[in-house]
Design a protein around this ligand. Structure first.
Ligand code: ADE
Ligand code: ZN
Length: 336
């Protein structure tokens, strides 16, 4: 099973680039930027990675991202993640980045986007990994701040495919961002949003109806509402599920209690993703491996999850077809 998963062609659809910041690289970049961390060693930093809820994690995640200063820093962070994609047979990835985490500290939008996109271009050539970008608005900030970010992104529109919504969910409903999502859609960005991670089903309804999202990040709490489940299926929206993130942030107590299989059985299109792998103890393949074991998923179910990852990506149909053909060939050889 492990080998089947390791070599399975797949896409990752829910990944925050700031959440890929491994402690080793974090210390290296902090050092070269002359920044002193409040942790004395890599081990001390790792010990802080124990979370009771989303906010607990976000506090540490924003601290870590605070050592990124130069375009080269953003390049190194992104390229290091893309190398991991190549090692895991992640053939395509849709990377979220949080411009406001950086622009609020005086780093320009240009520095962030140029570093990240240069790494993506190099990885396409050198690693044969495909990637696109999702610019995420921080929901704990105001809609006005999000509008400023949208404005800053316009000169770089050709490098960005979608807009997302992340950070502290409770108390920051999708409705707060209805206008900026409408404007983002007018600019040609595809809308997605975190919804139903800690927030209830009504936040998912708002994301569907007010933000017009084309994919749901997490979405766990959709199971609170049967009508919502039917609506998600009817609109053919996929959920980007992040099992190890859910256990790390106490959204789910134990992986054995995870509702991923139930979602699949109900007919909801789901995918497996790592969210913030440096903080949650596993890259995407580890998410597949641990979930397979906890929920006793079959090879056919793993194939279906990988297929969904390509099918519900934001790639053009012609690219999806190429990846799905690669996956189908792999599955027909390795299914038994
Ligand atoms: N930012 C990074 N990871 C996140 C998550 N799991 N939920 C909300 N915002 C995030
Ligand atoms: Zn996320």
């Amino acid at each position: 099973m492990k080998n089947f998963i390791k070599n399975l062609p797949k896409a990752e659809l829910h990944l925050h680039i700031e959440g890929t910041f491994e402690p080793e690289l974090l210390f290296e970049i902090a050092h070269r930027n002359g920044i002193t961390l409040k942790y004395n060693s890599i081990d001390e930093l790792k010990e802080a990675y124990s979370f009771d809820c989303l906010q607990d994690f976000l506090d540490i995640y924003y601290q870590g991202a605070g050592v990124l200063i130069t375009e080269q820093d953003f390049y190194d962070l992104t390229y290091s993640y893309l190398k991991k994609c190549a090692e895991q047979n992640v053939r395509h990835t849709e990377i979220m980045f949080d411009p406001q985490t950086h622009t609020q500290r005086g780093i320009t939008f240009e520095t962030v986007i140029n570093g990240i996109s240069r790494a993506i271009e190099t990885a396409k050539k050198d690693l044969n990994v495909s990637a696109l970008l999702i610019m995420s608005y921080l929901r704990h900030l105001s809609e006005e701040e999000a509008f400023k970010t949208l404005e800053q992104s316009i000169p770089f529109k050709n490098k960005i495919t979608a807009v997302g919504l992340d950070s502290s969910e409770k108390g920051n409903p999708p409705s707060k961002f209805a206008n900026v999502f409408e404007a983002s859609i007018k600019e040609g960005y595809i809308p997605v949003a975190h919804a139903g991670e800690e927030g209830d089903a009504d936040y998912i309804w708002e994301a569907l109806d007010l933000l017009k999202i084309k994919r749901i990040d997490h979405g766990n709490n959709c199971l609170q509402d049967d009508t919502l489940v039917r609506e998600i299926i009817q609109r053919d929206l996929a959920l980007t599920v992040c099992p190890l993130s859910n256990t790390a942030l106490q959204v789910v107590k134990d992986l054995k209690d995870h509702s991923l299989k139930k979602m699949m059985d109900l007919g909801i299109k789901t995918t497996i993703n790592s969210d913030d792998p440096a903080y949650f103890g596993g890259q995407v393949n580890q998410n597949y491996i641990d979930t397979q074991q906890a929920l006793n998923l079959s090879k056919e179910e793993l194939y279906q999850l990988a297929r969904n990852s390509f099918q519900y990506s934001f790639l053009p149909d012609s690219d999806k077809a190429i990846f799905i053909e690669e996956l189908d060939t792999y599955y027909s050889i390795n299914k038994s």
